[in-house]
Design a protein around this ligand. Structure first.
Ligand code: HGY
Ligand code: MN
Ligand code: MN
Ligand code: MN
Length: 411
């Protein structure tokens, strides 16, 4: 295993976007993202791979099969390609590995295959999908969802970041063209398989013999914007019975989400909230919070949501406030392609097979292309926070595993 080789390439990516918190702030179309997009182009050039940016801002580096029969010279799109890769963007102050590890490992896996003299019979592609976390514009897997045609490009163009900048404006400022956003069915048709390597976002592999696991499923999950509306008033002179304080209903809702999730057997999180007018000495007018709920199956997720909605609506009635719940993104359960999953687990010497409650571009593509995921051990299990970690040895083992999978599927 080439641990030094991993560390060398990882050292080029790891510092990009690191904040004083030790976490990463790599929002799509901001400077750290542009630095990593330029790095991706340089890595493709270094290896003589054909670089491509698609209509949605996703990047590709293609290693063509020697005798690549390009069916339509005007559209030199590879047929039956095996694609691997992940994303560069992060949640605010997220971990170093979530996303970039899959892209660095992909370049190194291609290097391993070439060093071993492999000649792909199918094109092998490396992808960097844009806005996977939804950390800036709020909808996760935006680049892969646009490609798959599961989000309206007009809605996407108007998505705004916390500063009110739209995706379209951010792309224009970065020199990209938002007018081209939209479904890319031909691209999907030409993929024979997609394999995403990702750091494990949990502790399932801690203490395991194998530093690498294969994904069986992604839990159904979603994000809901919950708006609590009350009546702004003076914090001192307004008698308690006269108040219509949305902060009260919000506080109840956070506890209700947790309780409904515990009772149903899933998880629910409120990690983001905005208060208007957000003044120390004024009762809030509105509180906007985002609920992230996930569960092992759709029935449990539905139970969490319906329990949450009924309890919070009832409480708002008692508080004299109102509540509106709007789905921002809902992702059904993903059962990865069983034959591909088992073939890869066997290839990797019986690697553990485990589900995840984290969403991924692989989850979006799996509805269109035979898809698999590899997880690399994360001893702390921490993710979406500075504590996320993986050893160089385990990452190098991930590269070996990915190289073996690409050889199996494309060479
Ligand atoms: O939110 C998620 O589950 C993923 O890490 N984007
Ligand atoms: Mn993530
Ligand atoms: Mn990720
Ligand atoms: Mn992902």
């Amino acid at each position: 295993m080439d641990t030094d080789g991993f560390r060398r390439l990882w050292n080029e990516v790891e510092p990009v976007g690191r904040a004083d918190s030790g976490g990463y702030v790599r929002f799509s179309w901001t400077e750290p993202d542009l630095v990593l997009r330029r790095w991706f182009l340089a890595q493709a050039k270094l290896r003589g791979l054909r670089y491509e940016e698609d209509r949605n801002g996703n990047l590709y580096a293609w290693w063509y099969a020697e005798k690549e029969e390009v069916v339509d010279p005007d559209r030199p799109r590879p047929h039956g390609a095996v694609l691997t890769g992940s994303h560069f963007d992060s949640v605010p102050h997220g971990g170093a590995y979530d996303g970039p590890l899959g892209i660095v490992a992909a370049f190194l896996a291609v290097d391993r295959l070439r060093a071993a003299g492999a000649h792909p019979k199918r094109p092998i592609g490396i992808a960097a999908f844009t806005e996977e976390e939804g950390g800036r514009f709020g909808v996760p897997c935006l680049g892969s969802r646009l490609m798959a045609g599961v989000i309206d490009p007009d809605r996407a163009r108007l998505l705004t970041d916390p500063d009110g900048v739209t995706l379209a404006e951010a792309m224009l400022e970065a020199g990209a063209d938002p007018a081209t956003l939209g479904p890319d069915p031909e691209r999907l048709e030409h993929l024979a398989a997609f394999v995403e390597l990702h750091i494990e976002q949990g502790r399932a592999l801690d203490g395991s013999e194998s530093p690498v696991a294969v994904a069986s499923a992604i839990w159904p999950h979603g994000r809901w914007r919950v708006t609590f509306t009350g009546e702004a008033d003076h914090a001192g002179t307004t008698r308690l019975p006269d108040r219509r304080d949305p902060m009260l209903t919000f506080a109840f809702a956070v506890l209700a989400a947790r309780k409904e999730a515990r009772l149903a057997g899933g998880v629910a999180t409120v990690g983001r909230v905005e208060v208007e007018p957000n003044a120390t000495n004024a009762i809030a007018a509105t509180v906007t919070a985002w609920l992230d709920a996930r569960a092992p199956d759709e029935a449990v997720l539905g139970e969490i949501l319906s329990g949450f909605e009924s309890k919070v609506t009832e409480r708002a009635g008692r508080d004299g406030t109102s509540v509106r719940i709007t789905a921002e993104s809902e992702t059904p359960i993903v059962e990865f392609d069983a034959s591909l999953r088992d073939r890869i687990a066997a290839l990797l010497g019986g690697a553990p097979v485990l589900p995840t409650a984290a969403g991924h571009d692989a989850g979006v593509l799996s509805a269109h292309v035979p898809t698999a995921m590899l997880f690399v051990r994360n001893p702390t299990g921490v993710s979406h926070a500075p504590g996320e970690s993986a050893s160089d040895e385990d990452c190098a083992a991930g590269v070996e595993a990915l190289a073996a999978v690409l050889r199996e599927l494309a060479c």
